[in-house]
Design a protein around this ligand. Sequence first.
Ligand SMILES: C[C@](O)(CO)[C@H](O)COP(=O)(O)OP(=O)(O)OC[C@H]1O[C@@H](n2ccc(N)nc2=O)[C@H](O)[C@@H]1O
Ligand SMILES: Nc1ncnc2c1ncn2[C@@H]1O[C@H](COP(=O)(O)OP(=O)(O)OP(=O)(O)O)[C@@H](O)[C@H]1O
Length: 364
Amino acid sequence: MSNSRRPHYRTSPPAKLNLFLEILGRREDGFHELDTVMVAIDWRDELQLQTKSEPGITLDVDWLPSRAAVAVQLGVASDDALLHVPTDESNLVYRALNLITQTSGYTGGWTVRLSKRIPSGAGMGGASSDAAAALRLAAVALADLDSGLARELTNDKLRELAACLGSDVPFFLGDLPSNPGGDVAAVVAAGSPGSLARALGRGEKLIFYQLSTPHCFIVVYPAIALSTAAVYGRAKVTDHPRCGLDVINAFVHPHPNINAEILYNALTPPACGLSPPIGEAIQCLRELERPTHLLGRHLPHCQMTGSGSACFIWLTPDGSPADDGCRLTGVDEALLATIRERLPGGALVQTVATCPAAPKIHIE
Ligand SMILES: C[C@](O)(CO)[C@H](O)COP(=O)(O)OP(=O)(O)OC[C@H]1O[C@@H](n2ccc(N)nc2=O)[C@H](O)[C@@H]1O
Ligand SMILES: Nc1ncnc2c1ncn2[C@@H]1O[C@H](COP(=O)(O)OP(=O)(O)OP(=O)(O)O)[C@@H](O)[C@H]1O
């Protein structure tokens, strides 16, 4: 089959927010034992791949709507390190495709286009989500090319490969059924609309919960990229760990008057120690007056996600769907403009809603 006639496999990897993160201990392998609760949100990259007869990976990366437009919003030059995304084997998509190629015995190669919207070093899981999407797309593409190639690519194997790529990667495979029989088709099954997961261990032991209603947030990326390893390196292990179940109950069974403290992240103090503007951003969000149209909705539900630097406001702690299908209407832009004005320096500010961790795969 000529390369030009091969199908394109496409999906839109979502970002994630950690609604809760506690550090339970330091492990022998240098990682930390975690109790964390994550939701996927519809701040998305775009990933498309095609098989090709020649071995090797051709990876093109760009920013949406354009590198220049993102640079202007961030208040940086277009060649700033904040916008650097590798196109070699240090890109997690590249590494995911190498693992799929080695595991399946596929002798061809891949042509890949990655379009970024999820900022790097934000604690939003951008690279991890892209890697999980690459595993899913490649598994479906090889099953279509030659079912024998996909025999090894069971959901359990994909989960194993995901855990090798990074602690956040398994979450973005979604709530995959275990299928020792090697039914790759289950890989395509996207999660339920708006799923929430508790992650234990390094982050690879996942329990998914069904959300009865989507939740929406304002997410702020304050143009600061933090190294996850550096933040963990400064983190402390507590003798009195909090538990992730409270925040799960608050999201699965929302009710009015939820305590703002429920959004807890043990990595916030070390991240703020590394970069004080993160603490200033959280404080700025907490001090926002409650806009009149958000009557009854509390804005102090703010926290940093993952190892930072992005922070978020939970807009629907009482579970009432925000206007216009979980998006704020009208005043939305005014509120976002207020936040942009209040933040020193450039930032990306966006309203988002919960979505499936493993998005739909399109074949064209
Ligand atoms: C902060 C979170 O994003 C919360 O979901 C994750 O724990 C980090 O997931 P990730 O970015 O995929 O992290 P990895 O790429 O696996 O690890 C990067 C570095 O973070 C530290 N790390 C990560 C996960 C973990 N449970 N303990 C750690 O100490 C380690 O220094 C590791 O070398
Ligand atoms: N697909 C990718 N997209 C963006 N960056 C990538 C990708 N693959 C590798 N990287 C490199 O990884 C670094 C971290 O990217 P990112 O922060 O998105 O990773 P993550 O660990 O998934 O997310 P988090 O911010 O939650 O730690 C980037 O600065 C970049 O150098």
